[in-house]
Design a protein around this ligand. Structure first.
Ligand code: CP
Ligand code: NVA
Length: 305
């Protein structure tokens, strides 16, 4: 399988069919791994993981996924590379392009990824930026498909911050024509340009201040931390602003019977989600985390293999 883009900087870079193909391929790789299917499209290939923020799931799933596909990964941070001493991104991109076969980058501004991609001759994959988290949402779509047998025709609720995850969900909703209701407190809405594009592409997008309105009848309830990486200094102020936005048993009771609860993790129990819901029978967060591995493999096979 190939994708209609060289880089994966956001879900908006993909065509709708790319999304469905990636989900299908990730499911195939997942089932195949258990039954001994071992394709090695990354044989003799090296993937650089450049992480300017912390990570557990994304780093480990890309590292293990690279290994399972026959390749080698190397992990870099600001602390131990010249990136931390202000070597220009465009120089880093051109140098790394001569050593490795792809760059997986977790960073701050989306423009950092765009600049790396503009100067790299190898694929650049967004492993989370301040404004999007495409690999996570692609793998979440796989989780929904596994649990519900389909992605389309369901009602999705986003409760909380209009952040990087919300943006990638909006892009997915636009591409696939999904019904997505977002409840965000005033001042924490998603970027209106992302909302506009999602609507123009066919997403049925509702923005509300009322978590109950978003949750009512939803098939999937989705949330994320109130203070993302880089916003730690705003945590107290955000805790106040997000009061009433906890995904708890009361909110879940308004959703469709058997609704799925998604959280990309790490979670702050008692803030954006209650312990009871996170640990409860409708939570699919461990399957969601597991699927990161299979989706990373599908993405790397398509872009690098
Ligand atoms: N969900 C996610 O991206 O987790 P990490 O920050 O641990 O990679
Ligand atoms: N919105 C969160 C997601 C973490 C995986 C953050 O950016 O920190």
């Amino acid at each position: 399988m190939t994708l209609s883009t060289k880089h994966l900087l956001s879900i908006g870079d993909l065509e709708p069919q790319d999304i469905l193909n990636l989900v299908a391929r990730a499911a195939e790789l997942k089932a195949g791994w258990l039954s001994g299917y071992r394709p090695r499209p990354l044989n003799d290939k090296t993937v650089a993981l450049i992480f300017q923020k912390a990570s557990t799931r994304t780093r480990v799933s890309f590292e293990v996924g690279t290994r399972q596909l026959g390749g080698t990964s190397l992990f870099m941070t600001d602390r131990d590379s010249q990136l931390g001493r202000s070597e220009p991104l465009r120089d880093t991109a051109r140098v790394l392009s001569r050593y490795v076969d792809a760059m997986v980058v977790r960073t701050f501004g989306q423009e950092i990824l765009s600049e790396l991609a503009a100067y790299a001759s190898i694929p650049v994959i967004n492993a989370l930026s301040d404004s999007s988290h495409p690999c996570q949402v692609l793998s979440d779509l796989l989780t929904v498909r596994e649990r519900r047998g389909r992605i389309e025709g369901l009602a999705y609720a986003w409760i909380g911050d209009g952040n990087n995850m919300a943006h990638s969900w909006l892009e997915a909703a636009g591409h696939l024509g999904l019904d997505l209701r977002l409840a965000c407190p005033a001042g924490f809405d998603p970027d209106p340009r992302v909302v506009e594009v999602a609507r123009a592409r066919g997403g049925r997008i509702l923005l509300t201040r009322d978590p109950r309105q978003a949750a009512a009848g939803a098939d999937v309830l989705n949330t994320d931390v109130w203070a993302s990486m880089g916003q730690e200094g705003e945590a107290d102020q955000r805790r106040q602003a997000f009061a009433g936005f906890t995904v708890d048993a009361g909110l879940l009771a308004l959703a469709a019977p058997g609704a799925l609860v998604l959280h990309c993790l790490p979670a702050h129990r008692g803030e954006e989600i209650s312990d009871e819901v996170l640990e409860g029978p409708q939570s699919v967060v461990w399957q969601q985390a597991e699927n990161r591995l299979h989706m990373q493999k599908a993405i790397m096979e398509a872009l690098i293999g």
